[in-house]
Design a protein around this ligand. Sequence first.
Ligand code: ZN
Length: 398
Amino acid sequence: MSVQLQIEATRGAARAGKLITPHGEVETPVFMPVGTVGSVKGISQDALEELGVEILLGNTYHLYLRPGMETVRKMGGLHRFMSWDRAILTDSGGFQVFSLNELRKVSEEGAAFRSHLDGSAHFLSPEKSMEIQIGLGADIIMAFDECTEYPADGARMRSSMEMTLRWAERCKRYFEAHKQEVPWGSRQPSAISRQEERVVGGRWSVASAGGADRGPLTTDQSSTQALFGIVQGGMDRELRRESAERTVEIGFPGYAIGGLSVGEPRELTREVVLSTLEHLPAEKPRYLMGVGTPEEIAQYAQAGVDMMDCVLPTRAARHGLLFTSEGKVSIKQARYAQDEGPLDPACECRVCARYSRAYLRHLYAANELLAQVLNTVHNLHYYLATMRTVRAWIRAGS
Ligand SMILES: [Zn+2]
């Protein structure tokens, strides 16, 4: 068993169900918070659990540079290292490397780049990305693809798409040969394993560190990671169709739509997503990468996307930009200085239940760390609540 989608209800093109992973079930459609370096910025793992987060993202590029795959692997993998026993997805590192511009050089073999931390030279290939992602041990890992820049001409979009397809085959070949090397079940010392640990019928379980309300950390050792393929093809609908069909031919347990949100107009993003979705198999999970606003994630879920991720809620929170049922709020504005009301009267998060707009505005103006924490809790809650509403809408119409 790796990862499987159980569709339980449909409404139009939309589907609601469960993604079964080696680290628990995930209600879909789902929004996945981004935990760049093994941490969702501004919020702790117990708070993420309280918010109902069932899957989060890790960035391969960042974790490879710091603390390094070998360290994470020796600590038992990313789940144990960051004390997160629910599902994790890692990206391939490709998108970050391609964002480096002057610091990278791409060839058929892979991408040579310099670290944004210290300028040191590195090389990421499809095989290397797989090796790192197997070592990190996320439940879902992504094929190493080339994110085509925007704008790009027809010849460039095609050659980039063809290379991504060749890289997808190389990824699958390496993954199939090495997937047993995932660090789950290896009983290396970690922060958690110093707590009570016992082996139960072929599974290992660990009492969590002081968390009486948390379930045990349990991993099925017979399960493996799932490698998802990524559809590219720039902004050309015909190339997207071809990329989707040929990626499906290679065969993956799930498919992502990549190469969007790279500076193109929002309308074009929408067109490309909707036309690509038609060419993805209905029974497999569909993951739209790096999108979007609360309105957009709701629309894409209604269009049949099962999984999405975006740094927007956490990044905006750190800049004092908050998503509410009454629209966007820039909490830094002087008009909130003596506003006793909650940030969002319709929100059920613990920030809106407790604090006033005036206090949140003060924390932000005073550059208090707590401002980032509270803003992040609210924004993530808003995104997760948006997806809960969409799931209820799908189930109600089924
Ligand atoms: Zn709130």
